[in-house]
Design a protein around this ligand. Structure first.
Ligand code: ADP
Length: 162
C-alpha cells in the first residue's frame, strides 16, 4: 500500500492546493490531506471547517481522505503508514524553506521521502494568505478558490458583507 500525506494549514484550501491533490491522487493508493493543528496559531478558519471544506472538494476522489494532526509531521506519517510526504512548490521562493524542512524530516525519519510537485503555472501566484487578504477587503476570490467554497470563504472572512 503506497500512502502519501499532503500536509499544510489549508487556511483555506485554494485552487493551487486542489490542483496538487488532483494530480497526486492517482499516483498513490491513498493520499491523506493532513491539516496541521498549530497550538500557537489559531488561523482564520477553525480546523474542523478547513477539514470540511477539503472533504467537500475532494469528495469525488475515493483514495483521498482528510485528517488533522498536531506534533511532528514524521510521527504522523508513521501513524498513517505513509512512505511519502508531498509538498507543493510554487517557485524558487518556496524551495529554501521546503528544502530545509525536507532535510530535517529526512534526518528524523530516513524511510519517509519528501516529494515535491511543481504547481501548475496558472496557480503559482495563489496562497491562502492572499485569499484571506482579498476576501476581507471584499475583493473577488472567484479565480483563487474552488467554486463550491467561494460563498463560504467570503462569508466567513467578511461577515454581513462588512
Ligand atoms: P503551510 O502552512 O504548511 O505552507 P499551506 O496550506 O500554505 O501550508 O500549503 C500546503 C502545501 O501546499 C505546501 O506544500 C505548499 O507549498 C503548497 N501550496 C500552497 N499554495 C500552492 C499553490 N498555489 N500551488 C501549489 N502548491 C501550493
Amino acid at each position: 500500500m503506497r500512502t502519501a500525506i499532503f500536509p499544510g494549514s489549508f487556511d483555506p484550501v485554494t485552487n493551487g492546493h486542489l490542483d496538487v491533490i488532483r494530480r497526486a491522487a492517482p499516483l498513490f493508493d491513498a493520499l491523506v490531506v493532513a491539516v496541521l493543528v498549530n497550538a500557537d496559531k489559531r488561523g482564520s478558519f477553525p480546523v474542523q471547517q478547513r477539514e470540511e471544506m477539503l472533504r467537500r472538494v475532494t469528495a469525488d476522489l475515493p483514495n483521498v481522505r482528510v485528517e488533522n494532526f498536531s506534533g511532528l509531521l514524521v510521527a504522523f506519517a508513521g501513524r498513517c503508514g505513509a512512505q511519502v510526504i508531498l509538498r507543493g512548490l510554487r517557485g524558487v521562493e518556496d524551495f529554501g524553506y521546503e528544502g530545509q524542512m525536507a532535510q530535517l524530516n529526512r534526518g528524523m525519519s530516513p524511510g519517509v521521502q519528501t516529494l515535491f510537485m511543481l504547481t501548475a503555472p496558472e496557480y503559482a501566484h495563489i496562497s491562502s494568505s492572499r485569499v484571506r487578504e482579498i476576501a476581507v477587503l471584499g475583493g473577488d476570490i472567484a479565480p483563487l478558490v474552488p467554486v463550491a467554497l467561494r460563498a463560504e470563504i467570503s462569508a466567513t472572512l467578511r461577515p454581513q458583507g462588512r
